[in-house]
Design a protein around this ligand. Structure first.
Ligand SMILES: *[C@@H]1O[C@H](CO)[C@@H](O)[C@H](O)[C@H]1NC(C)=O
Length: 87
């Protein structure tokens, strides 16, 4: 993570849930190998981190994105974590 950046954006791609699978939904997001990028149709989006699907394990979201901010809080910095989206 680039500590000089003030805003980091991470995306977590969750697995399809049963009700989605039952109605025939399929994954529409592909993760570009070794890049924090996702592709949806012909559009490519770049983030600081991409989790889930074939990207990094989503269990590392806290360690990568939040723990450094908690540590910084105890060194006098302010930080905000905004988590948004369906789960
Ligand atoms: C953190 O926020 C407080 C309250 O707004 C402010 O007084 C303080 O200067 C901020 N600290 C830093 C390091 O920006």
């Amino acid at each position: 993570m680039n500590s000089l950046e003030c805003v980091w954006v991470a995306v977590n791609i969750r697995l399809l849930i049963t009700s989605e699978l039952l109605v025939g939904c399929t994954d529409c997001i592909s993760v570009l190998p070794a890049e924090p990028q996702v592709q949806i149709g012909t559009h490519t989006f770049t983030y600081d981190y991409v989790y889930g699907s074939s990207a990094l394990s989503s269990s590392s979201v806290y360690n990568d994105c939040v723990a450094p901010l908690v540590d910084a809080l105890f060194h006098g910095y302010n930080a905000t974590v905004l988590a948004y989206g369906q789960f």
